[in-house]
Design a protein around this ligand. Sequence first.
Ligand code: R2B
Ligand code: URA
Length: 313
Amino acid sequence: MAPILLNSMGNEHSNYIQQVEYVKNPHLDSMEEDILYHFNLGTKTHDLPQMFGDVKFVCVGGSSNRMRSFAQFIHEQLNLPGNMADIRDICEGTDRYSMFKVGPVLSISHGMGVPSISIMLHELIKLLYHARCRDVIIFRIGTSGGVGLSAGTVVITDKAVDSFFRPQFEQVVLGKVIVRSTELDEDVAQELLQYSSELPDIPTVIGNTMCTHDFYEGQGRLDGALCSFSTEEKWEYLRKASEAGVRNIEMESTVFAAMCRVCNLKAAVVCVTLLNRFEGDQISTPHDVLLEYQQRPQCLVAHFIKKRLALIS
Ligand code: R2B
Ligand code: URA
């Protein structure tokens, strides 16, 4: 995609810089219309630059209700005008994903697992491109199982690793395996860590996050409908994960990191642990405590956004 001339200062020495574009698909340019099917949005049916052009922060998380309450929380935190009860689901015409916009913040649900988040990300990244958004930071806020960390700890992901502890994501394309790096934005991760110390009662660490394709056997649980390994093998796997720097386990971070990286989107993953996997497999924490834990990544990311918008010093 073409370099653009940036010479708004009227300098004699004009500087050509590469305009950062979020899509990496030459076929898009020749399409007359782009239908973002799972969002129920499209380039001919909606004025995407008008609707989304001012978006600077995108927060994605598994559940629709959580992303609605995050949008309401941001509305309150940013002191935005209007009634937070009126924040509507932009994707209400489809029940696949939910999307809420509050000022410069977009809050979207992605469901569970790699295929679900990857479909959402394709359409979200195209949406940002069609809307001509610039300088966007994207966060995945979610839940996870802790590896040697007590429940309620927030983990900012250093490297997103696969089930073999490799910082990569493998995608099968036309019958071949494509390998993509899962490096996340180091500066954003460090900034989040720094801000976490300004929030009381949110224990936060930085570490590797393992992304699996299954919640039960894939995460070494003994309590699924199937189990093909012994208790000893489970402990050995979790121990190896811990030695590889894995601090938590969830189900979306590798494809999230890989797609954002290829598409020039600054990205971070912030997940709270719901249990310590060294203590068990089942999530037995009381519901009200779980709800409080789930708010921790939201508080940290909201704090980051407020800092970036210079709403607090
Ligand atoms: C964390 O929690 C979900 C499974 O319970 C999954 O989406 C994830 O990554
Ligand atoms: N989400 C996961 O993927 N694993 C857990 O153990 C908890 C939440």
